[in-house]
Write a protein that binds this ligand. Structure first.
Ligand code: COA
Length: 139
């Protein structure tokens, strides 16, 4: 099931985030994010276990920036990521989605391309030595 995150999800969300970024729990504080009216975090839960989550910011009602999306490695390629994005699209009147991704993150780039995102800009050395791709999907 997909639902909005609550503060009690903090540990499970952090555990997923920390697998990707060892500073995740310092960079993103769930209690602060949940207070922002433009921010949304959805979790994909099965049998009380969070298998994935997405964190987005929604601006001007119809523009959505994906801050993060992570699916537990054991459950990847089961369309959980796709379902999280589709859920946001059906529950909000979104016209445009944007995100920033490391140029080396081929897995995520393939994922976003499968959903119709296109690389529209290369931000050189955006991640230290690494370029960042700005990807956009017009809905
Ligand atoms: C990117 C991520 C969220 C995708 O989630 P997912 O639930 O595994 O993705 P889905 O099952 O919905 O994949 C949909 C399609 O995306 C593409 N795709 C997804 N993972 C892929 C991979 N490892 N290699 C190539 N294509 C991939 C495929 O076209 C896939 O469809 P298919 O399985 O029918 O071929 C997941 O790989 C992840 O958590 N990665 C680590 C975190 C990360 O990098 N997040 C992005 C930060 S910008």
């Amino acid at each position: 099931m997909i639902r909005e995150a609550i503060i009690a999800d903090k540990q499970q969300i952090n555990n997923l985030g920390l697998k990707l970024n060892s500073n995740y729990d310092k960079l993103f504080k769930l209690e602060d994010i949940l207070k922002e009216d433009y921010a949304k975090i959805l979790v994909y839960e099965k049998e009380n276990k969070i298998l994935g989550f997405i964190h987005v910011n929604i601006f001007l009602d119809d523009s959505m920036d994906i801050m993060n999306i992570i699916v537990d490695r054991k459950y990847q390629r089961q369309k959980i990521g796709t379902k999280l994005i589709e859920y946001l699209l059906t529950s909000n009147d979104i016209k445009k989605m944007t995100l920033e991704v490391r140029a080396s993150n081929n897995k995520a780039i393939s994922f976003y391309k499968s959903l119709g995102f296109k690389i529209v800009h290369v931000r050189e050395k955006y991640y230290g030595n690494e370029d960042g791709y700005l990807m956009v999907k017009e809905v």
